[in-house]
Design a protein around this ligand. Structure first.
Ligand code: PMP
Length: 420
């Protein structure tokens, strides 16, 4: 393999590109948790398309179904015409995912990406309640279009975008003030005290675990109490499961452990099974208040994504996948605890849950240096958090135990090397 220059990308792609600036390689091939550059160097992928590749790169079962469908002249694009591929997806989604969890939702296809799912939920919440305000949380990430951006608590991402969607209020996420403030009590007081200035919102929009915001985990108790406050005040609860859904935290939906019942759920990233763009906004049937055609978009009918998504749902047929995820999550947890214990006290703290965990470094430059060193040794990692201080371990859920351990050993090696 000859090393290909990235100069065309450098010259032609917008200055907004980021990853390839720091990591100099051109990738050409990938399989499950492995990705190869054009020089033939293999990397273990602990990034997994920021959660879009839960079932791995080029998952053979999923790929075969997609190829078979294409070779059979299956309909690829259909807007919202009824197709067999959509019918199969919906039937399986209900049978394998919703019904066994005793969940009942209408499924809306809001467009190809996560931000589309969030926008649709925000818009529908306003329509259903007749209210305008949205409450969201510190360090939240919900997308890059103006509505979802207004609910994203990252000032760097919001910079220069002008006046955000108005009537958006940020409340402190679980743990934002450490143990000093019970943030559900705070929210309840803000709602109930006539002097707080906070209007009753249409909806509360939250992630159960903030993937981009630094792997902050909301406790089940916090989520349940937040749900209770929402019910008491007639506020709709929207869970953005774009990154945490499809098994990232260990269960299909990230809110299963807490046992809450969101009014709307946003899914995207891995719902398309194969890295194909797809998004869902799940709507409690009583709130499906759209008029036909009221909210549409050209790419609602990506049938290749329906085919891939239907096949991916088979991972959830019995409890076996969840059991495997629990074991892998434990491997990650114990390994990160060991890494943190090997450093001076307070330097690195394990965070996250399930198949999205990481180490938060006191010094953010250390996190960047570790990612660089890891890349050189053949491990792809991303950072997250307000200062990019968290090194994120986020492999495909289908990664083999051995490769998972190898990647974690590589990470540990880099941490030790940089500590001396
Ligand atoms: N919500 C969450 C929780 C996300 O993590 C992301 C993407 N990182 C989005 C929404 C936006 O999704 P997309 O980039 O597909 O628009």
């Amino acid at each position: 393999h000859e090393k290909r220059t990235t100069s065309v990308i450098e010259e032609m792609e917008s200055e907004v590109r980021s990853y390839c600036r720091s990591f100099d390689a051109v990738f050409s091939r990938a399989s499950n948790a492995q990705i190869w550059d054009t020089e033939g160097k293999m990397y273990i992928d602990f990034f997994a398309g920021a959660g879009a590749l839960n079932y791995g790169h080029n998952n053979p079962q999923i790929r075969n179904k997609v190829v078979e469908y294409m070779l059979g002249d299956g309909v690829t694009h259909s807007l919202d015409m009824a197709t067999e591929a959509k019918e199969t997806f919906l039937e399986k989604f209900n049978r394998i995912i919703l019904a066994p969890r005793e969940l009942s939702y209408k499924v809306m296809f809001p467009g190809p990406t996560g931000t589309n799912a969030v926008e649709a939920a925000l818009k529908l919440a306003r329509k259903v309640t007749g209210r305008t305000d949205i409450v969201c949380f510190t360090n939240a990430f919900h997308g890059m279009t103006l509505g979802s951006l207004a609910t994203t608590g990252n000032k760097f991402k919001r910079a220069g975008a002008g006046v955000p969607l108005s009537h958006t209020s940020f409340m402190p996420y679980d743990g934002f003030f450490g143990d000093k403030l019970d943030t559900v009590d705070f929210f309840e007081k803000m709602l109930e005290d006539g002097g707080s200035g906070l209007e009753t919102p249409a909806a509360v929009l939250l992630e159960t675990l903030q993937g981009e915001g630094g792997l902050n985990v909301a406790s089940s108790d916090w989520l349940r109490r937040m749900e209770r406050v929402c019910r008491k005040h007639g506020i709709l609860l929207i869970v953005d499961d774009v990154q945490m859904g499809c098994g990232r935290t260990g269960t299909f939906f990230s809110f299963e452990e807490a046992g809450i019942s969101p009014d709307f759920v946003c899914l995207s990233k891995s719902i398309g099974g194969f890295g194909l763009p797809m998004a869902l906004t799940l709507i409690k049937p009583e709130y499906d208040a759209w008029m036909p055609g009221e909210h549409n978009g050209t790419f609602r009918g990506n049938n290749l994504a329906f085919v891939a998504a239907s096949e991916a749902l088979d991972y959830w047929k019995d409890g076996q996948f969840e059991a495997e995820l629990a074991a892998k999550s434990q491997t990650i947890r114990s390994s990160l605890l060991r890494m943190a214990a090997g450093l001076p006290a307070g330097e690195a703290k394990p965070k996250g849950k399930g198949m999205i965990q990481g180490l938060a470094f006191r010094d953010a430059s250390r996190a960047a240096a570790i990612c660089q060193a890891a890349f050189q040794s053949g491990l792809i990692l991303e950072t997250s958090g307000p200062s990019d201080e968290v090194v994120k371990v986020m492999p495909p859920l289908t990664i083999g135990e051995e490769q998972l351990r190898r990647g974690l050993d590589m990470l540990e090696g880099c941490i030790q090397e940089l500590a001396v």
